[in-house]
Design a protein around this ligand. Sequence first.
Ligand code: PLP
Length: 394
Amino acid sequence: MPNDTIYLDNNATTRVAPEVFEAMRPYFCERYGNPSSIHRFGGSVASEIEKARCAVADLIGAKYRNKDGNATEIVFTSCGTESDNTALQCAVRAACGKTKIITSAVEHPGINHYLDELARQNYEIVKIGVDGQGRLKMDDFRAALDGNTAVVSMMYANNETGTIFPVAELCRLAHEAGAYFHTDAVQAAGKIEIDVDRDQFDFLSISGHKLHAPKGVGVLFARRGIPFTPLILGGHQEKMRRGGTENVASIIALGKACQMAKAALPDEIRYLASLRDAFEAKLKASIPKIRINGDLEHRLPNTASVSFEDIEGESILMLLDQFGICASSGSACTTGSLEPSHVMRAMNIPYNAAHGTIRFSLSKYNTQAELDFTAEKLVPIIARLREISPYWGK
Ligand code: PLP
């Protein structure tokens, strides 16, 4: 990372860990064989892929191994979005005849846009709302579930606020109604403990670049016994569940990243939560009229979603950028105008706060000094922007 950069946008993507980079390096110029080849040069790569598969399975508590010792419930994909799309396709096909899909109002586009397509195919999509803290409206969920529900897809943790949904309970209720359960764990994997066997999820999505592996690799956990409908048809790779020659180096990298995440998880959770909490406390003590968004009792340890009332998030980001500080806003550019994100809208965050929402998302590479510097710079930035804001003091 350049010395002049303070990277607080780790829910967007993460730095590849140096150890991860070293693990993948030999697979470009030295061990470049095709894992499907008969010769040893290629074949030996296949066994490394199987080790990576087991490392991913270990991170998420997927204990099943086939007779060769392989974690066959793990399918490598190209990204979290592909995993989400594939999970939904598998679930609706496996639940043949059922036409209802239940999800939340705050999912990632990787879910939402695939569901738009399923709606065009006459599936009924029910989006359960959230309260002001981003918590799922459980009564609405229970009321929506019925015997016609093919699949429930609910994110594990929200990318904007870090709010963690009660996925174990949601899965239990979905199963009671005879529906499959998928969770988009792209933001949760490597940040909090996941146990697919304990919680009995049917499908779970992961993305490499959110946990210090490279972009371009993802994982779909698919419980054995559920019929699998591939999204990408081709060769026999991934046991016919995802055609295309494997992204070997990135798969090896993801295995290493999962191993590292598992080993360090309890310490990292403590470290990140303490950095985040001290940062939020500093902001609250030095800047008036701010709010911390999300379920403060159940959220990712690395995520702080902060609304600075009466100013625009984009202006804050631009001024932070002058100090090399990278974060992101809770707005999305829709047809040329800045609209609060669908997550902020679903939470009913007042317009004047939603517009000034900044997501600071941390990683193990951040330091107390970086966060102190950021908090220090924010004080005059917010004061200056409020001075020129037409809404401030109104
Ligand atoms: N799901 C969630 C919750 C995400 O935050 C993201 C990425 O931001 C994705 C899915 C998509 O992952 P990818 O970028 O690997 O497609």
